[in-house]
Design a protein around this ligand. Structure first.
Ligand code: BGP
Length: 461
């Protein structure tokens, strides 16, 4: 094979509990902010599609593991729903324990390594009513939840993740309106981010103290979107550095070193963005944030330039750096995201300079609307655009691996078309097409290609 990957490379897909399980208020599960928000404002969700009816893996998981096998996946990431396992934050829901144990055990029996994440944007409603991540005590609630997960499933799960893209629930809830409570307040965003970091550190601390076994590891998944400056001009470069501090190093420095990024703290202090009332700096806890391994989600780069007007009072990250459209860009028109595979190589090299820890691409994929257009006579969706997207990204990843970076796997987003937050089912990402009328799953052309790739541990062109 022209592009041969290392032995034991993890090939898989990623998803999350809220986007797949369905039955969102059944079998003992309590409300997450998504369940509640949908009840309060269904019109905000594309086509009124809420989290109740997703791909219904809660009942289809046995069959779906067969589908994973057909692809040849050797690993799979999903999450536990905090609201299902601990509906009131304190009491274990035994039905949830039964469900998750059976789901994970079946994967393992089929040689699919589960990578289990604790939080994928699904804040419990009872905690949201207490302020969610803005509340400094939220990290204690999370630590209790994490400990419960390790106790209930630590005998079968060996790869743990604390958070998926911790930056995203912060910016979407407190800056850009895509997650509940959808307010705009930079200071609150920073407090919520800091409390999320504390929660991560406390979960790692608990894991290492009580549940660390020889073959177990704990990590975090970060969306490390690199910021490319518009020009070599000093001001544009400063803007891109600031973007990287906020978007990359806010969580990457703690995850690699067990300390906050001082340059970032100085920037936030300079603009009076750290609110001492909400942030109680606890380096003795932050030191536990260092992880064993790292997941990197990559979809699109960030293109930045210096702000067009200089502001004294900073109310938004875009007051520190502004986005611009690169004239040569290629774009996925459905999601509106730039397609730039070279960034995967750049990220790999950046990580390589910072650490020897193992890492993997934990999400990469292409969401496309109305894929029924591409169904051929045999009833298969010919998603060649998705195959090309993966190939282009894998070529870049392969180049970096060839140069020695410690990348141990590649996971796509996603396995079966899944529910996507406010976008509902608009953009589809799966290897399997989901028919929402009867929940049937049909493999797309990209699924066949991925299984060929796994079988050969590589591809030719
Ligand atoms: C990532 C999230 C996923 C998923 C994916 C695709 O940031 O971790 O949950 O949603 O993006 O994005 P979207 O569903 O918004 O198109």
């Amino acid at each position: 094979m022209k592009y041969q990957f290392p032995n034991d490379f993890m090939w898989g897909s990623a998803t999350s509990a809220p986007q797949t399980e369905g039955h969102s208020l059944e079998n003992g599960k309590s409300y997450s902010t998504w369940d509640k928000w949908f009840e309060l404002n269904p019109e905000k969700f594309n086509d009124n599609q809420g989290p109740k009816n997703t791909s219904m893996m809660y009942e289809y998981y046995s069959e779906d593991i067969e589908h994973m096998k057909k692809l040849g996946l050797n690993s799979f990431r999903t999450s536990i729903a905090w609201t299902r396992l601990l509906p009131d934050g304190k009491t274990i829901n035994q039905e949830a324990v039964r469900f998750y144990r059976d789901y994970f055990t079946k994967m393992i029996k089929n040689n699919i390594r589960p990578i289990i994440n604790l939080f994928h944007f699904d804040m419990p409603w009872w905690l949201m009513e207490k302020g969610g991540w803005e509340n400094p005590k939220s990290s204690d609630w999370f630590e209790f939840y994490a400990k419960t997960c390790f106790e209930q499933f630590g005998d079968i799960i060996h790869d743990w993740i604390t958070f998926n893209e911790p930056l995203v629930h912060v910016e979407c809830s407190y800056l850009n309106g895509f997650h509940y409570p959808a307010i705009h307040d930079f200071k609150k965003a920073i407090a919520a981010g800091y409390n999320t970091l504390l929660a991560h550190a406390k979960a790692v601390r608990t894991f290492k103290k009580n549940h660390y076994e020889k073959d177990s590891r704990i990590g975090i998944i970060l969306n490390l979107t690199p910021a490319y400056p518009k020009s070599d001009d000093k001001k544009d470069k400063l803007a891109s550095r600031r973007a990287d501090l906020l978007n990359i190093y806010s969580f990457l420095t703690p995850a690699l070193k067990g300390e906050v990024n001082i340059e970032l703290i100085n920037l936030l202090k300079k603009y009076n963005l750290i609110d001492d009332q909400n942030i109680i700096y606890q380096p003795e806890i932050i030191k536990f944030s260092e992880v064993d391994f790292l997941g990197i989600n990559y979809y699109q780069p960030l293109r930045v330039q210096a702000p067009l007007t200089e502001k004294k009072v900073i109310k938004d990250p875009t007051d520190l750096y502004e986005n611009y459209i690169w004239e040569d860009r290629r774009v996925n028109p459905y999601r509106g995201w730039e397609i730039y595979p070279n960034a995967i190589y750049d990220i790999a090299k950046t990580i390589d300079k910072l650490t020897d820890k193992p890492w993997f691409i934990s999400e990469n994929g292409m969401g496309v609307a109305n894929e029924e257009r591409f169904i051929d006579n045999s009833g298969i969706i010919k998603d060649d655009y998705r195959i090309n997207f993966m190939k282009e990204h894998l070529v870049q990843l392969h180049k970096a691996i060839d140069e020695g970076v410690n990348c141990i796997g590649y996971h796509t987003w996603t396995f079966i078309d899944c529910w996507s937050w406010l976008n509902g089912y608009k953009n589809r990402y799966g290897f399997y097409y989901l028919d929402l009328n009867n929940y049937s799953r049909t493999m797309k052309k990209s699924g066949s290609w991925f299984s060929y790739l796994i079988k050969n541990n590589g591809f030719n062109e």
